[in-house]
Design a protein around this ligand. Structure first.
Ligand SMILES: *Cc1c(COP(=O)(O)O)cnc(C)c1O
Length: 454
């Protein structure tokens, strides 16, 4: 182990003595100290030790246009000078929020032309919960309150976000709020057993209908789902899943919420995951790629029929001090301009995503790899003991071992259990994809050696 420089040690002491970190093993963090990221450009990060790291996760799925885009910094500075803050409460508005609402509706699926702004994806899903219940109450159906989510879905970390999500660890620590229920996820590799992928997709979709009937249609407000589960492990549903879900949704009078916080703004090679799967949702939660993570912002895109009911319902007793913050909105607008003018999503669709997917799948021959799956700028590598039975190395923490090797070799991949996942910036080039895949293979080799020796 090389000696850390004194500045790194000073920052790590501040971490230990003063900072409570989100989503971290805080005990381990206090012992090892965090890696300190100090600067970034394109798809690369630099840490306080001078290491250059390829960011295979685009931060937390968000840095769509890559790091270091001066245009985003410039519009933020300009907006701070012009109007650093005003709010959207009590019959006021400001140009950046209105222009961004219009710009979002221009790229949103047809018939979804209204936006409610929040400060994050979690707040977006809190808004969803209140909005869908309000929607039914206005129409004289206050019993329609229950929201159906999915086990291992992720919808953020506010109390409503964690409740809508299906992460058991979060439920255990936070408690659960009433009138939210969960159905199984369409995770064939992990849970499909002996079923074919196609049959399992239909089975998982049918769990929605089963739940609607169990709870009673008259009590169900909405179904919420990510088009592709991100934090759950880049779970790409079997091709039979969404068509069957759509068929079920068409039979019942409930709203459908697509959580597009990860899939939105180009990650699938379409503007939204709902475009990719032709989902026709009633509401879409957005955040992350909306501003490429340069500044916090989220929101909910609302179908016109829902917006009409809400807007005729009088007071909507909901909003955030920073809803549609002018600086965030200015950055969002410029980010959308970059995505559009530089044809970044077209390039993902036609060139770099197919290339990434082709190259990633070369890793399937590795002895540790049970499956490589992916779509657009999303990928997952399943680490297994037995390729045929999909059995894991139980209790070895193979995913964390692999993640550490990645860190040590200049690549960020995330581990979800024993699933390695990637979601690089949308602007990643072919040469950078080559580098990513080569580094990933090297880290798989190192992980494999480590567990053979253990
Ligand atoms: C990240 C995420 C959220 C939460 O967004 P925050 O901005 O962290 O509150 C919600 N839904 C999905 C699908 C996400 O990936």
């Amino acid at each position: 182990m090389t000696q850390k420089n004194s500045q790194t040690l000073a920052w790590q002491a501040m971490s230990r003595d003063h900072h409570l970190a989100p989503f971290s093993d805080v005990k381990q963090l206090a012992e090892k100290g965090p890696r300190i990221i100090t600067s970034a450009k394109g798809v690369y990060l630099w840490d306080s030790e001078g290491n250059k790291i390829l960011d295979g996760m685009a931060g937390l799925w968000c840095v769509a246009v890559g790091y270091g885009r001066d245009e985003l910094a410039d519009v933020a500075a300009q907006q701070m000078k012009e109007l650093p803050y005003y709010n959207l409460f009590f019959q006021t508005a400001h140009p950046p929020a209105l222009e961004l609402a219009k710009a979002i509706s221009d790229v949103a699926p047809a018939g979804m032309s209204h936006v409610f702004f929040t400060g994050s994806g979690s707040e977006g899903n809190d808004t969803v919960l209140r909005m869908v219940r309000h929607y039914w109450a206005i129409q004289g159906k206050p019993s329609k309150k229950v929201i159906i989510g999915r086990i291992n879905g992720y919808h953020g970390s506010t109390v409503a976000g964690a409740g809508l999500g299906g992460m058991s660890g979060m439920h255990q620590q936070a408690g659960q709020i009433p009138d939210i229920v969960h159905i199984p996820q369409p995770y064939w590799f992990g849970e499909g057993g002996d079923m074919s992928e196609a049959d399992f997709g239909v089975w998982a979709a049918e769990q929605l209908e089963k739940k609607i009937l169990e709870v009673g249609e008259e009590n169900v407000a909405a179904f919420i789902a990510e088009p592709i589960q991100g934090a759950g492990g880049v779970i790409i549903p079997p091709s039979t899943y969404w068509p069957k879900v759509k068929e079920i949704l068409a039979k019942y009078d409930i709203l459908f919420v697509a959580d597009e916080v990860i899939c939105g703004f180009g990650r699938t090679g379409e503007w939204f995951g709902s475009d990719y799967y032709d989902l026709k949702p009633d509401l879409m939660t957005i955040a992350k790629g909306l501003t490429s993570g340069y500044i916090p912002m989220g929101g909910v895109i609302v179908r016109d029929k829902v917006a009409k009911v809400i807007s005729e319902g009088g007071d909507f007793n909901h909003g955030f001090t920073y809803s549609g913050h002018p600086v965030a909105a200015a950055v969002g607008l410029e980010n959308l301009r970059i995505l559009r003018d530089e044809k970044i999503i077209e390039q993902v669709h036609a060139d770099t995503a197919p290339y990434l997917q082709q190259r990633l799948r070369e890793l399937a021959d590795h002895p540790l790899v049970g499956e490589v799956r992916g779509l657009g700028m999303l990928g997952a590598i399943e680490l297994v003991k037995d390729k045929a039975t999909r059995a894991r190395y139980e209790g070895k923490g193979v995913g964390m071992i692999c993640r550490q090797h990645c860190f040590d070799n200049g690549l960020i991949m995330r581990a979800v259990g024993d699933t390695m996942i990637i979601a690089p910036p949308l602007v990643i080039s072919r040469a950078e994809i080559d580098e990513l895949v080569e580094k990933a293979r090297k880290c798989l080799d190192l992980t494999y050696q480590a567990i053979q020796q253990a």
